[in-house]
Write a protein that binds this ligand. Structure first.
Ligand SMILES: *[C@@H]1O[C@H](CO)[C@@H](O)[C@H](O)[C@H]1NC(C)=O
Ligand SMILES: *[C@@H]1O[C@H](CO)[C@@H](O)[C@H](O)[C@H]1NC(C)=O
Ligand SMILES: *[C@@H]1O[C@H](CO)[C@@H](O)[C@H](O)[C@H]1NC(C)=O
Ligand SMILES: CC(=O)N[C@H]1CO[C@H](CO)[C@@H](O)[C@@H]1O
Length: 702
């Protein structure tokens, strides 16, 4: 049954052909400037002039950054006496047509902004009430064309009605929303001027699958990237593009949002990763920083002609998701017009480290490589390539002459053939696919009799799953969910699965994980779980160890908390309470309590606030490390991670003066580092520590 569904998926991908908007513009992703990420909706006429001039004087327009676009805040709050859209004379004393002429005279193209709703967006909570174009599409398109517009960014505020400012879960149908955009598409076409149409409805209701390629030259796939910029926003957007990379093609592209290169909130390496990923995913490259103050670092990222060429490659195909080594690195790749392949490898570690890229993850045993960030020739790579990559940095490699590796041959096991426990239940998706849901919050799926081949050891597993948990705000696992996989009862390894679509009906096929611990023969047991999260979990429909293929996961070489010492606790136990499942809601802070355990014993519970420059999971690891250091009967009670801060609560039978974080990661045999179990205090009487998923770690109650 599952094999059949897989075949159907494959044939569908052959059937898909992009119905690109044939308006003669936006054949490659748009490049240019928009002030929003630097100035929100409040750019003055003088600032527009300066920015447009800078685009030229900094040499950016010569590299292809040709569109000079305005964003929200230019409009009036009323139409003129003839019902035409018009500008705010305080912002633009000379008017929009004069600005268009100014921009054109610099040799640039001019982009305007409007909104497909009753009012446009603003950054004063929806109270500005700039006019929107809903119901005025024909008139506004004619007006924009008469002003010399070459580009229209079309936003999505007040799309539902005059009181609903921003709605990520709109009561209006997909068809109604799509209609707003189709109406403007047709109005622009009727205006007679080629105008690049940039749909900005934030990815709500999955525009890629309208498909938006028949409606606009680009479509935003997600909520805003910022401001402020943050690595977490990039992670959210990168996960969100996973299931829709195939929709990008000449004339119609996924828009991952405007660039944050040059803005605070991202390190240099993060900005480099951001730029290269956006370029390789064929997102529009719209600079959105203060051009009067561009550092040499920003300039060198934005002006990298090899990365720009990647973006403007005539084939127009996006990189696609190949492999995630959870919390370690991602591998993406895609084809280029000259027959070569680009590979983008992102370092999720929050530290500079040695990173190995396995060529097999992009289908090659060997290839000749060029580093597109530096331009360096790397010569012929065989099997793998190891280099030092900065925290959140990336490798961007152009691979030519790639020799293909044979595709792994998998044995499929239907999820429904496994043992379902704790609430896990099958769900019929359609006549050819049944998945197992509720693998979480105690629900487990166990497959037995899994073939470990003749030798056992480390095997490559391939999962098909459904995860429709799309999010417009950041969570610990934004647009992804955690599944924990245990082989033969061994440590459960965290696997972070990106969304498979914005619905619970579309599979992601072939998510690969290497796991050790297999025995020879059809003797193995694989258990999927997630103790934390209720609801329909990623529904893993196939598990496929490949006999004989050993592709071990990475090993962790360092931990960032060596020797750090916790200060005095921030609060102390005062009252009685037994903590129950489920864990507190996000907003809840830890109450300072004296806890009474279920056996009636009182313990002191101390709460520590910890801020870190590291990743949340590093806090978790470090606290885990600390456990062996505690006196008998004490244990880590819970860790609550919020961004890069955390509350750690520790139950003490007798209190230590200070708790020293020790570097004991070497005591955790790889590759168990992802499953924190391996680091837990081994006291036999302790119940098993459980990973609560999504950054929350606690002890099981029994
Ligand atoms: C606007 O839409 C929102 C969301 O559906 C709804 O709650 C609200 O009542 C509507 N307001 C009006 C005036 O229709
Ligand atoms: C220019 O950018 C630097 C950081 O690159 C910042 O410290 C400085 O405040 C900025 N100056 C202005 C005038 O914005
Ligand atoms: C069933 O769902 C799968 C997964 O999304 C899809 O590939 C397939 O086309 C669907 N089959 C039918 C008959 O709708
Ligand atoms: C040690 C280290 O690399 N810390 C970085 C972790 O990530 C954040 C956010 O990107 C940076 O601000 C830290 O400097």
């Amino acid at each position: 049954m599952l094999t059949r569904s897989l075949k159907i998926l494959v044939s569908l991908s052959f059937f898909y052909t992009a119905l690109a908007l044939n308006n003669g513009v936006g054949v490659t992703p748009a490049m240019g400037y928009n002030p929003y990420n630097a100035f929100l909706c409040s750019t003055t006429e003088a600032q527009y002039h300066t920015a447009a001039q800078s685009l030229v004087s900094l040499g950016l327009s010569a590299l292809g950054y040709n569109y000079f676009n305005i964003d929200c805040g230019w409009q009036s709050t009323a139409r003129d006496s003839a019902g035409k859209i018009t500008w705010d004379p305080k912002i633009l004393p000379s008017g929009v047509p004069a600005l268009g002429t100014f921009v054109h005279n610099l040799g640039l193209k001019f982009g305007v902004y409007s909104d497909g709703g009753v009012f446009a967006c603003d950054f004063v909570g929806g109270t500005a009430h700039y006019v929107g174009s809903l119901g005025h599409e024909t008139s506004d398109a004619v007006t924009f064309a008469s002003w010399g517009a070459d580009y229209l960014k079309y936003d999505n505020c007040y799309a539902v009605n005059s009181t609903d400012f921003v709605d990520f879960n709109p009561p209006i149908s997909i068809e109604a929303r799509k209609t707003h955009y189709i109406t403007m598409r047709d109005a622009l076409a009727a205006s007679g001027r080629p105008i690049l149409f940039s749909a900005c409805e934030w990815g709500v209701q999955d525009p890629a699958r309208w498909p938006a390629s028949s409606v606009a030259n680009s479509w935003r796939i997600s909520n805003d990237i910022g401001p402020p910029a943050s690595w977490d926003n990039l992670f959210r957007i990168i996960n969100q593009v996973v299931p829709i990379t195939q929709f990008a093609g000449p004339g119609g592209f996924n828009d991952l949002d405007m660039l944050e290169v040059g803005n605070s909130g991202l390190t240099a390496a993060e900005q480099q990763t951001h730029f290269a990923f956006w370029a390789a995913a064929k997102s529009p490259l719209i600079i959105s920083t203060d051009l009067t103050n561009v550092s040499s670092q920003t300039s060198s990222i934005l002006k990298n002609t090899r990365i720009i060429a990647l973006n403007q490659d005539s084939l127009g195909k996006s990189i696609s998701f190949k492999r995630r080594y959870t919390n370690d690195h991602d591998v993406w790749s895609g084809p280029l017009a000259d027959g070569s392949t680009v590979a983008v490898v992102i370092n999720w570690e929050n530290a500079s480290r040695s990173l190995t890229f396995n060529l097999a993850d992009v289908g090659f045993s060997s290839a000749t490589a060029t580093d597109l960030i530096t331009g360096a020739s790397l010569g012929k790579l065989s099997t793998s390539f190891t280099t030092t990559v900065a925290a959140h940095g990336s490798m961007v490699l152009k691979l030519t002459g790639g020799v293909s590796v044979a595709s792994p041959v998998f044995t499929f096991y239907a999820a429904t053939s496994g043992t379902l426990a704790g609430g896990a239940a099958p769900r019929v998706v359609n006549s050819s696919v049944t998945v197992v849901g509720f693998v979480g919050n105690g629900g487990t799926l166990t497959l037995t009799g899994v073939d470990g081949g003749t030798a056992g050891g480390t095997k490559l597993l391939s999962f098909d799953y459904i995860n429709g948990d799309v999010t417009f705000t950041n969570t610990a696992c934004s647009n992804c969910r955690n599944t924990f996989v245990s082989v033969n009862g061994g440590a459960a390894v965290q696997v972070q699965m990106p969304i498979s679509a914005q619905s619970w009906d579309i599979l992601l096929s072939g998510y690969l994980v290497s796991l050790p611990g297999f025995k020879a023969g059809k003797t193995n047991t694989i258990t999927l779980s997630n103790p934390a999260v209720a609801g329909l979990r990623p529904a893993n429909s196939a598990v496929a160890p490949l006999p004989g293929l050993v592709n071990p996961g990475p090993t962790l070489s360092s931990v960032q908390y060596s020797g750090a010492t916790l200060g005095p606790p921030t609060s102390e136990a005062t009252s009685s309470r037994v903590r129950h499942d489920p864990p507190p809601a996000d907003e809840e802070t830890f109450p300072a309590k004296r806890q009474r355990t279920q056996d009636g014993e009182h313990h002191d519970v101390l709460f520590y606030e910890v801020a870190t420059t590291g990743e949340p999971r590093d806090i978790a690891r470090a606290a885990c490390m600390a456990i062996p250091n505690l006196n008998a009967g004490s244990f880590l009670n819970a860790i609550r991670v919020r961004g890069r801060a955390a509350t750690i609560s520790i139950r003490f039978r007798s209190r230590p003066l200070a708790l020293t974080f020790i570097d004991a990661i070497q005591n955790c045999p790889p590759p168990n580092f992802d499953g924190l179990h391996a680091c837990w205090a081994p006291a036999a009487a302790d119940p098993i520590a459980i990973i609560r998923g999504d950054g929350y770690i606690a002890r099981s109650t029994g």
